[in-house]
Design a protein around this ligand. Structure first.
Ligand code: CO
Length: 134
């Protein structure tokens, strides 16, 4: 059911420093920061030949990555995003198998302008999974 790896998201305490690290030390192509107030993050996109990396910095008071950064002060891998052809079909199949979908269970529009859902990390080996309709 899942298709390509769309991106790996890394939560960082300092987006400017993390962007410079990827641009200068790793020689990657790094975008300008993009504020996503609806998701409580500022995002930088790093384009690799076969996938993307997203650096996430908290934005606003109730950022969903704030508690993650409290536990991981220097940052860390926050989630992986897999592409699916039909997000509602994927959601219904996962729910029928007992997996928990976060939030109200309805897809939201993600940073790439496409519908996304998140699956509970306790149901997937401690990994927060984002599904994106490709
Ligand atoms: Co993501």
């Amino acid at each position: 059911m899942i298709g390509r790896l769309n991106h790996v998201a890394i939560a960082v305490p300092d987006l400017k420093a993390a962007s410079a690290l990827y641009a200068n030390s790793l020689g990657a192509s790094v975008s300008a920061p993009q504020a996503e107030p609806a998701h409580g993050v500022t995002v930088v996109f790093i384009t690799l030949p076969n996938t993307k990396i997203e650096l996430l910095e908290p934005l606003g008071e109730n950022s969903p990555i704030a508690s993650f950064l409290q536990k991981n002060p220097s940052g860390g891998i926050h989630h992986v995003c897999y592409e699916v052809a039909d997000i509602l079909t994927a959601r219904d199949k996962l729910k029928a198998s007992g997996a928990r979908v976060l939030g109200d269970g309805e897809p939201k529009i993600g940073a790439h302008g496409k519908p996304v859902l998140f699956l509970h990390p306790k149901d997937f080996n401690g990994t927060l999974i984002e599904l994106e309709q490709a």
